[in-house]
Design a protein. Structure first.
Length: 93
């Protein structure tokens, strides 16, 4: 065989090896990006769950505050009914 054929075979072999190495590198990079994306999704899900729990707790606190205001208004109204000075103020006006 002529020397130029061996040179062509060697060049073809180097090209094939380079393409294979490049493909493997890209495959590893894709796998790393998939893993990173999965971790980010898990973090996002965790943050979403925390936010939903905080919203639920906040809503409960709003309801408790409304109930406390209602009770305070009832107690205040009862105090106004019992207070003898309130009757005097009502007649003065």
């Amino acid at each position: 065989m002529a020397a130029w054929i061996w040179v062509l075979i060697a060049i073809a072999l180097v090209v094939v090896l380079a393409v294979a190495a490049f493909g493997m590198k890209r495959s590893r990079e894709k796998a790393q990006r998939r893993k990173q994306a999965q971790e980010l999704r898990q973090q996002a899900d965790a943050h979403t769950q925390q936010a939903m729990e905080r919203e639920r707790v906040a809503q409960e606190q709003v309801e408790q505050a409304k109930e406390s205001r209602r009770v305070a208004a009832e107690v205040g109204a009862r105090a106004d009914q019992i207070d003898p000075d309130m009757e005097e103020r009502a007649t003065e006006e």
